[in-house]
Design a protein around this ligand. Structure first.
Ligand SMILES: [Zn+2]
Length: 274
């Protein structure tokens, strides 16, 4: 039996709403499993480990080209090419089911991308982008973003005020709870998500660094709309600078896109095996 981290947290919140009770519930569940196992109650059938659903978000699309490179490369084309290749590689491991937030060159609103990922019950959200600073053509390299702490805090508070807050804590009906209790429950869930997002950012940096040039201080924080899932660990990868000649040329190459996707696949593996 594998306990999905998010499912477990949701269950824990349903059971007690406190981290302490969650730990106790976990210990009891574990004890029960051991008891069942020693009593021979566990089926000998091979366990089927469910595949993790990975949301892959190709930045921009349709009427929104994103950044435009010095030689006319559209960011939306690069993000889509790498997203598709990453989906292919993740699927090939047999461990993941990739879900693309856009499947073609269409415009999808930012909020809609997050909604799609949540609907698909994604365990991880990876947003792919390419940067541009036309007034500094020397800037190059990749960087990884997580949601800023400030944005996280205000988001949790705003969520507690919204009617659909229950949606984020396993369907638990929060309507009869005070705003304070709602905030605590959402905060617990969101803190767990934030830690996981940071772990994924670190895994990404360490797997990409040997093969690609990192930007100075490559882990950055920002209030990106697509990183605002309270219950899905989320990162945004800026794969390079379209305003830099070398980066733009590399990002257009299929071999380079494949290499990017393979390092990201290693990062996903590292994240889930941690
Ligand atoms: Zn972008």
């Amino acid at each position: 039996m594998t306990l999905d981290r998010r499912q477990f947290l949701r269950q824990a919140l349903l059971i007690g709403g406190t981290a302490l009770m969650a730990e106790e519930a976990f210990a009891q569940a574990a004890q029960q499993l051991i008891t069942n196992a020693s009593a021979g109650k566990i089926s000998k059938k091979p366990l089927i480990i469910p595949k993790k659903i990975i949301a892959i978000d190709a930045g921009h699309g349709g009427k929104d080209p994103g950044a435009i490179g010095a030689h006319g490369t559209y960011e939306k084309q690069i993000t889509f090419a790498v997203a598709r290749e990453l989906a292919r590689q993740l699927e090939a491991t047999g461990r993941y089911t990739p879900v693309l937030t856009r499947r073609n060159d269409s415009f999808v609103a930012l909020g809609q991308r997050v909604v799609a990922a949540r609907k698909a019950n994604s365990a991880l959200f990876l947003s792919l982008h390419a940067d541009s600073v036309p007034n500094n053509p020397d800037a190059r390299g990749f960087s990884v973003y997580t949601l800023s702490d400030k944005a996280s805090d205000s988001m949790t508070a705003a969520l507690a005020d919204r009617e659909n807050a229950a949606d984020f804590v396993g369907g638990l009906d929060l309507s009869h709870h005070s705003r304070q209790v709602k905030t605590i429950l959402l905060d617990l869930m969101h803190r767990e998500t934030t830690n996981s997002s940071l772990a994924m950012a670190h895994a990404t940096l360490s797997k990409m660094a040997p093969s690609f040039v990192p930007l100075q201080k490559p882990h950055r924080q920002a209030n990106f709309a697509v990183l605002r899932s309270p219950d899905i660990p989320s990162i945004l990868v800026e794969m390079g600078f379209l305003s830099n000649n070398d980066d733009e040329k590399a990002l257009r190459e299929e071999a380079y896109q494949r290499k990017l996707a393979s390092r990201l696949t290693l990062a996903v593996d590292a994240f889930f095996s941690a």
